[in-house]
Structure formats: C-alpha cells, structure tokens
Design a protein around this ligand. Structure first.
Ligand SMILES: [Zn+2]
Length: 441
C-alpha cells in the first residue's frame, strides 16, 4: 500500500513537473514570438521621390554599341542596380509611401487646396515615393534593347514575359520592378507604409504595360498616327486583369501624357488634344488619376497657378505635377503642387553620385559587369567640365554640369528654378530625348 502510495506521489510529481516545463516552454515561445511594439511618430520632413524606367532584363541587347545603346545607358537601369538600390533604401530606413499618403485635397473657405496630411510612421523611418515611367515596353526603343515584352499574370501574381538569351519565351518574376518590389515587400513588410508600392506613369501612343491598347499606329510614310490598330480592342481586354492585380497589390497609376512630347515646347492646343486622347485610351483602362508626370522631365512654361496649361490639366483632374530633378524639390501653388523626382539611371549613377548619398552609394550600385566601361556622353561632359573649370573663377565653378550654360532654364521654370536645372541643362546641351519622338499632326 505504502509502495503504491509513493508510486502515486512520484507519478503526480512527474506529471506536475512535465506540465510545468511545458507551460514554461510555451511561455518562453510566446515571449520570443511577441512582436516588438512599434512606436509611431508624425513625420513632417522631406518626402523623397525616385523614379525608374522599365528594367533592362537582357543587358547584351541593351549595350550593343549602337547609338540607341547610349540612350539606354543614360536613362535605364539593370536588374542588379535596382536590387542594390532597394536594399540600400531599406538599410537606410526608408519606407515606401504613395503621394496620397503625404498630401490630400481639402476645401477651406470654399477654396480647394492641397495640404500635407498627418503621416504617422514607425519611429526612424523616412518616406520615399517610387515611380516607373513609360512601362509600355515600346516597340521602337525598349523591347529591341533588352526590356521585357509585357507584364503577365502567373499563378495570380504579376510576372513578366520576355525572350531569354537562348531565344525562348519565358515567364519570370526576377527581372522587372513590379515583381521584384512585390517580393521585397513580402519579405520586408516594414519597407511599405500600408502596403504602398509604386506609381506607374503611362503614355498611350504605343499602348500600356506591353499591350498595344492604342487605337492608331505610327505611319512612317505620313509621319502621323493614322494606321488603324486592328488588335486594339483585344489588347484592351487582355490588359484589364493585369491592371486589376496591380491595383490590388498596392500599385497606382499616373498620366505621363499620351504622346510623350516635351512640354517646354508644347502648344496649349496640342496639350488639349494629347490629354483628350490619354483620357480616352488610357484613363478608360486604369481609372482616374490626379498625378501628371512630365514627359522628358520638362514642365510647360508657367508663371502661376493661373497658367492656361495648369488650368487645363486642373480641369482634367490633375493636382500633382511631377518634373525631373537631381533632388526632390516641392513647389506649392495652393490648389496644385509640383514635386521633382530624382533619376537613378545611368546618367545619375555615373555623374551625380554626390546627390544620391542619402539614398545609396552610386559606386556600389552601378552595374560595371554589364554597362560599357566608357560611354561617349560621359567623356564629353567630363571634358566640358574640365575646360569650364580652367576658365572659371573660383566662385562660379561649383556645379557639376554648369547650370547657366544653356541659358534657357527660365523659359520653362520661369517662376522657381526647380532642381531639374542640372538635368535639363544636360538635355539641352546634348539635344537628348528620352525616346524617339513621335511626330504628330
Ligand atoms: Zn518618359
């Protein structure tokens, strides 16, 4: 009996001890799994904006040494460059936001105006807007130079369709900004504020996202867009699920104009025609947007918010106007704002390293394995700089690309000199265009 009793006691003790141990382990696990409490603080500082073009998925086709290759070197990035930039932004505590997380339209005393919103971010995080221009996979100067062919849906997610170096059509998720960023945010949710990704800035003359949704095609004989596109309706149907999925996964859209004409030379009539076509053929697919991204980075001439160009686009629904600059610069005009966007392309990486130090080290980012070691435009600029430095006195030799040389900055930024002055000065001096210009009407 005694033996039985002591066995019972030993058994109970054993059960209690093991139960205690498991309670202890469960408690420990809970402690480990418990997420750290995030402290949110209101962010009132500068909001950065960085933009890209579609990525070069196949560098051998991009850098083949012809004249267009130099353009590609200037304005595009390779896949490793994009990945390195994103890693650096994340390490430097940036967090993706949309412009609508930062600003909103409000009505005060019967007047509509754009105001800064209260933006609560995890302590230490800095907001950055990301955008992609011309994600159309243009037939003339993108797909022949190593970009993908189109965005597609693969197992419910956005992927790319491309032709690999063996000549085979392949579906991938590791060679374009959209799937790369989707996966990065999945891995690092704290890189995105409320699931924000980027803004996709679309023209219409050659369709969108690789789908030829344009009603007319370019006619080389007449130099006009007067050839009917027989696949127009089919392509419009095919792109709709892609747009839907992009919207569901944190992507937004903006107008990049219809024809991509430089706006510093555009007439008001041309702008009206251009924005009408954009509404008809692009907005009808992606839905309304209040963001207008200037093609080639140039603004139209404006003295104030009463400028007929601004007035026209305002009545078309646009509030956020975005040129290009070497730093993020904001000009507040009451009911609209202008925000310059920085370009991390070959031109930026090769020649504007010092301006990117807050975001990344351009020397660590640049893809030396794929980009040519020497490019003519860089040598020309460096040569010019050297000459200039020899001529200039000490107090006017500070700017890398000489802001005053073109002498035309006031013509398109007559009110305030945007930071785009370096970029535009370069464009003027070198008569460069981001794309082959369609000649219309
Ligand atoms: Zn563009």
């Amino acid at each position: 009996m005694k033996k039985r009793f002591s066995t019972l006691i030993a058994g109970i003790t054993f059960i209690l001890l093991t139960a205690g141990c498991s309670f202890y382990f469960i408690e420990e696990e809970r402690k480990i799994a418990k997420p750290k409490k995030i402290e949110y603080v209101e962010y009132k500082g500068k909001v950065e904006h960085l933009f890209f073009h579609p990525l070069i998925a196949y560098p051998k086709r991009a850098f083949k040494g012809d004249s267009q290759s130099e353009q590609i070197d200037m304005w595009f990035n390779t896949v490793p460059e994009f990945n390195r930039i994103i890693e650096s932004l994340y390490k430097k505590n940036f967090i993706l936001v949309h412009i609508h997380d930062v600003y909103e339209e409000v009505e005060e005393n019967g007047q509509k105006k754009i105001k800064r919103k209260k933006l609560m971010l995890p302590k230490g995080k800095k907001p950055i807007i990301l955008s992609i221009d011309d994600l159309s996979y243009y037939t003339s100067d993108q797909i022949k130079y190593g970009t993908n062919l189109k965005l597609v849906l693969h197992r419910g997610e956005i992927a790319t369709l491309s032709i690999n170096d063996q000549g085979k059509k392949v579906i991938r998720r590791d060679n374009e900004i959209v799937p790369l960023l989707d996966d990065f945010v999945k891995k690092h949710p704290d890189f995105s504020y409320k699931g924000a990704k980027g803004t996709i800035n679309l023209t219409g003359f050659d369709g969108i996202l690789g789908y030829r949704t344009n009603s007319k095609k370019f006619n080389e004989t007449t130099n006009r867009y007067d050839i009917e596109n027989p696949h127009f309706l089919k392509e419009r149907g095919a792109v709709k699920p892609i747009i839907k999925r992009l919207k569901e996964t944190g992507w937004k859209f903006a107008s990049h104009s219809y024809y991509h004409l430089p706006h510093n030379q555009i007439s008001l009539e041309k702008l009206k025609e251009d924005s009408r076509l954009w509404k008809e053929e692009v907005e009808s697919l992606i839905g309304p947007t209040d963001i207008y991204v200037f093609p080639q980075g140039f603004t139209f001439p404006y003295e104030s918010v009463e400028s007929p160009y601004i007035q026209h686009l305002y009545h078309m629904g646009f509030r956020y106007f975005q040129p290009v600059g070497h730093e993020t610069y904001v000009e507040h005009l009451g009911k609209v704002i202008f925000q310059d966007r920085r370009h991390a392309d070959g031109l930026g990486l090769r020649l504007q390293k010092k301006y990117f130090l807050d975001l990344f080290d351009a020397d660590q980012v640049i893809d030396r394995q794929n980009r040519p070691a020497h490019v003519k435009y860089v040598e020309e600029i460096l040569e010019k700089q050297k000459k200039k430095q020899n001529q200039q006195t000490e107090n006017n030799n500070s700017n890398e690309m000489n802001q005053t040389e073109s002498g035309s900055t006031t013509s398109y930024h007559s009110r305030t000199p945007h930071s785009g002055v370096l970029f535009h000065s370069f464009m003027n001096q070198h008569k460069k265009t981001l794309h082959k210009q369609p000649i219309v009407m």
